[in-house]
Design a protein. Sequence first.
Length: 342
Amino acid sequence: MTAASPARPLVSVLESSRELVAPALQDAVRRYLSPRMGQVASYHHGWSDADGRPTGRWGGKLVRPALALLSARAAGHAQEAGVPAAVAVELVHNFSLLHDDIMDDDTKRRGRATAWTVFGVPNALLAGDALLTAATSVLLDSDGADPRSATAWLMTATQRMITGQTADIEFERRGDVTLAECVRMAGDKTGALLSCACSLGAALVGADTALVDRLAAFGEHVGLAFQLVDDLLGIWGDPATTGKAAGADLVARKKSLPVVAALQAASSTELWELYSGEEPLTEAEVARAAALVERDGGRDWALTEAARQIDAARECLAAADVPRAVGVDLAQVASFVVGREF
């Protein structure tokens, strides 16, 4: 990073991004989706109620779009040049959320009934598909310097995300998941789209490949750090903060990163027995499983690995040699994503 510049408050970074992206995102839904699919998508985003009446609200923090705009700035362009990239990555993110809610049987998102419970599974699936195709159209119809490369970049990240989700589902049925497999799954499922968000704006404006790659690597490490912290919260997080029941990931017998790290310990026999059962875990068993994950090193490993990923992200950002103000903003948004200071 070059010459010093004062940090903007995080709220300023996100709000300035929202002012640019929100209208463009709504316009993309109106332009590329059919009226029925647009109704489902608008409800899912929080813009309207189930009958299509505007709510005057906005769902989500638009973190990924903010990163995409910053990546355009990192390449020396005004953030406006990154708007198509920001819209595209948010459309893909919401495609995944619509499908995830169905796969996970979730009935609530952002305090409202999920789209599939309101409009039915077929409509929610199709709306997700429509958002995905809209993302490619937004990029290909943009006047960026290299829309084709940016589209290929986004679709590669999307395929990785789907691959990670596939592995995550497969792990539910397997008892031999290794830590290396679990880390690779997290990199695909979570890291891929954050990596893309951090580099797509730069790719769209035709930035040097080395800069795009370094920004992508920064986002990849941020994504892994986020997943590690999220997995820790899934076991030891405060329900008042996370919005999940205590030990929610253990109740679901999810093979999260701390759990798999603990299961590989020689002393993990009791934890294996709890995870191999079919009956729902009792409250006492959930507490015992959490204690076993900690005893067998899963918590310490995840904390250490999260710190290592954050350090690696810092190194990638420093190597990118972006303008100081952009680097500070990228670090701030990354800190918000991970829940730790960069």
